[in-house]
Design a protein around this ligand. Structure first.
Ligand SMILES: C[S@@+](CC[C@H](N)C(=O)[O-])C[C@H]1O[C@@H](n2cnc3c(N)ncnc32)[C@H](O)[C@@H]1O
Length: 296
């Protein structure tokens, strides 16, 4: 399910209305492995089958998330719009971090919760999943050392409110890694959105293979229309087929990126940590070689 495909004509007002299309998708997906098989066919060797995401999450994205978050064991990772939890759980196991996942779909949250022992075994309680929304996560100020948000900010979402809320939750020095996509001819607004949330753009990693993958996936959905109807039911299959037909022409020239935003690490003035940082900053100078940032 592509977040850019969420339609905005009649904005839903209640959380039940907002979660309904996602609930239907996650429930249908749980009844058959056909959708997973089609994602696997579209991604080929890049498909991380254990994660089984409902998104563009492939092995290169998992690698980038791991590298960009730079987390330490025992820290807290938040998976915002976690769906059935595969990405957060995979990262929690790989990085030995605690996990707090949230999603507006109760069906997705129930599935994510049952997947915890598979990934974390006896440390299953290190992961918690809750029903919540991007604009009101219910998480405390500065509790997260890292946040991932994969294919959640569709074109209907209020991106600034969502980013402000995630920025509030992020600890000083923590990072938010989120996928974003742009239609051709549009200018990225993420620098201004990040500033509004008190965050800095640290990296913009281009993902040119992502629109190509969506094109392959949508063509597979159309080619397997009868199978989808048979296995998922007419309603859900028709909704996926409508998405495929509507999105296919919009993929031409589309730009997909992984955006890494950082909350500045502000230590108390005069503290030993701040003094150490100042000395180090002076030693490395302002050379872009040492900034660790991707050129913007
Ligand atoms: C395309 S799926 C991606 C799920 C997961 N991140 C992944 O990559 O597998 C989008 C998910 O975002 C959730 N979602 C959409 N809008 C949301 C919002 N405003 N707040 C929280 N979750 C949201 C949906 O319920 C759905 O599970």
């Amino acid at each position: 399910m592509n977040p850019a495909a969420v339609q905005t004509t009649t904005p839903p007002t209640t959380s039940k209305q907002r979660s309904a299309p996602y609930d239907a998708f996650h429930a249908a997906r749980a009844r058959t492995d056909l959708t997973a098989r089609l994602y696997a066919a579209a991604m080929g060797e890049d498909y991380p089958s254990e994660v089984s995401a409902s998104s563009s999450c492939d092995w290169p994205l998992l690698g980038l998330l791991t590298a960009r978050l730079r987390m330490s064991p025992d820290q807290l990772l938040v998976d915002a719009g976690c769906g059935t939890g595969g990405i957060g759980l995979w990262l929690a196991r790989a990085l030995a971090v605690r996990l707090e996942g949230f999603d507006l779909s109760p069906i997705a949250i129930a599935q994510a919760t049952t997947r915890r022992p598979h990934f974390l075994d006896r440390k299953a309680t290190w992961a918690r999943f809750r029903i919540a929304e991007l604009a009101d996560t219910g998480l405390s100020d500065g509790c997260a050392d890292g946040i991932v948000c994969v294919d959640v900010l569709g074109r209907s979402a209020d991106k600034v409110s969502a980013m402000c809320e995630l920025g509030r939750v992020l600890a000083p020095g923590g990072r938010l890694a989120m996928t974003r996509s742009l239609r051709p001819g549009t200018t990225a607004a993420w620098t201004e959105q990040a500033q509004a949330a008190g965050l800095e753009v640290e990296h913009v990693d281009e993902r040119p293979a992502e629109p190509v993958m969506w094109e392959r996936l949508y063509r597979l959905w159309i080619a397997h229309a009868d199978d989808l109807i048979g296995e998922l039911g007419g309603g859900q299959a028709q909704s996926m087929l409508r998405e495929a037909h509507r999105m296919l022409p919009l993929l031409v020239g589309r730009r997909a990126v992984l955006l890494t935003l950082r909350r500045p690490a502000t230590g108390p003035v005069g503290s030993p940590a701040a003094a150490r940082m100042t000395t180090l900053d002076r030693r490395v100078g302002n050379s872009p070689t040492f900034s660790g940032r991707t050129p913007q």
